[in-house]
Design a protein around this ligand. Sequence first.
Ligand code: 13P
Ligand code: SF4
Length: 308
Amino acid sequence: MSDRVREMQKKILKLKEEKNAILLVHNYQRPEIQEIADFLGDSLELARAATKTSADIIIFCGVDFMAETAHILNPKRKVILPSLESRCPMAAQLPASLVRRVKERNPDVPFITYVNTLAEAKAEADICCTSANAPRVVERVKNDGMVFMGPDRNLAWYSERVTSVRVIPVPEDGHCYVHKKFKPEDVLRLKKKYPDAVVIVHPECDPEVQQLADAIGSTSQMVRFAHETDAERIIVGTEIGLIDRLRRELPEKEFIPLREDAVCREMKMITLERVLSALAEERPVVTVPEDVARRAERGIRRMLEVLA
Ligand code: 13P
Ligand code: SF4
């Protein structure tokens, strides 16, 4: 890291202390931001961390739905998202009106929203899940062996495979553009090149990619797997930011990205400069209308009761 980066990190840490602020950072953030996190984790861990903090300000280094969730869970704190353009495109794929319509037509089938949704959609559903606890949430709420889940169809496929419950994706083609890039050929090529390597992937990957993996999990579950496995070489099928964390924590192991171009533009819009100015100016603040927040909170709190 350059002197300029170090200087900026120091300024953020000092200001954070003065303002009683906390930095919650997702595993896909830039390495220089990961390094100064108070808490670094996956969506479920960050939601839990947001409920526990007594800091006055939460600087959320992630994307829109994560900051909204933090605000809903801890409305007394000021939640700041350093870049308002950091909107997860998948979260926009499940409008609240679609959840409402599906529920009206199928009142007995529980609707699970992936945490990667906006608060209005969560407000219409029965419960929320993340990639860390989706199968357990499915088991918890299933009715007559069936649930709806949206918007990620690959997470729905994964949850159905693990539980044998029928998990109907809504909409039919919801997906993450970053994880869509991974193809079975990428896995086969790298497995041939590194026959001793193990392959870990995120459940947002296509089923054909998941079927070739040794382990599937949320970003922090992938970190735990990397710590625990005896394998010294690991092929990683998720956004590239996770590899920065893995290399920092396990320098003795080799991490090979399944694709170098697996970059989430929205996550990477947050830079040290933006974190510093957001903290200095205490904006942009993320808010959710009170009635929507309270209805969304039910499903989020139910999700937090389900262990990963
Ligand atoms: P995790 O909850 O596994 O960190 O995933 C969030 C996400 O946006 C994956 O693309
Ligand atoms: Fe959304 Fe995909 Fe980026 Fe995750 S990686 S925040 S699902 S666009």
